[in-house]
Write a protein that binds this ligand. Sequence first.
Ligand SMILES: O=C(O)CCC(=O)C(=O)O
Length: 262
Amino acid sequence: MEEITQLRLEGYCLLKGVIPPDKVGQVRQDIDNSMKPGLEAYDKHDWSAVTHMLSLAPYFANPRLLKIARTAFNHAKVKISQTEFKSVPPYRNPPEWRNFHTDWPHDLTDASFCGLINQPFPDTIMSITSIWMLYPFTPENGATWVVPRTHRDPRNPRGQNDGIDGMSSIPHEEQICGDAGDVILIDSRIWHSAGANSTDDIRTSVVARYSPWWLSVDYGKRNCAFIPAHIFDMLPEPVQELYSHRRVKNEPLQIGSPSQQL
Ligand SMILES: O=C(O)CCC(=O)C(=O)O
């Protein structure tokens, strides 16, 4: 099935070989080395995680990926709203562990007050989460779980009245395995979860969330994490375009806790 068709119908697709095999080892090493300083820069100074991903960042403007995002959003102007380190440490959780959820702006917990869409969600794609496999994703090391087609299900694993146990396995769930250099794209509404890592190696991965031009990124710490100009200027131009709204620091507007957003 064509990737965009699969994203629309199933809620996810897998792009093979976005980072060439001879390059991905170095990128993985860079991400492993920069995760600690990158998280500190975010916590202390509100720097976006991309500031510590300079060997990976050029691939964020991969033409195949951008074409899918632009087609899905039906507009050429796409931005990256959030960038995060998403590695799964060794020996984390038993194999049956799950934590199904949907992603911003459909994340009902809204932990960093970026704003959320309340249920019922409109039948519209509002963000695409890209999950970058910098190491092979396997059933043993915590490959991502998805429940295909749930991006159009009105219920939610974290919906208070939906009666779904998101901490357990869900019928029809599938684990997306792949090679280092592959990228999973998911409609942010699909029910998904990182897997459990029962190996002695880190499952190195990164998440970048693509959003259409019209979605507000003015609220919350994660959306307002910025890129200092001296680092922004080192990014390739097509990547600068994706982050152009975050070249400078601006104070996030206050939107309040999820219960106040009703
Ligand atoms: O790391 C994964 O496999 C899933 C990532 C995830 O759940 C998220 O970023 O919301």
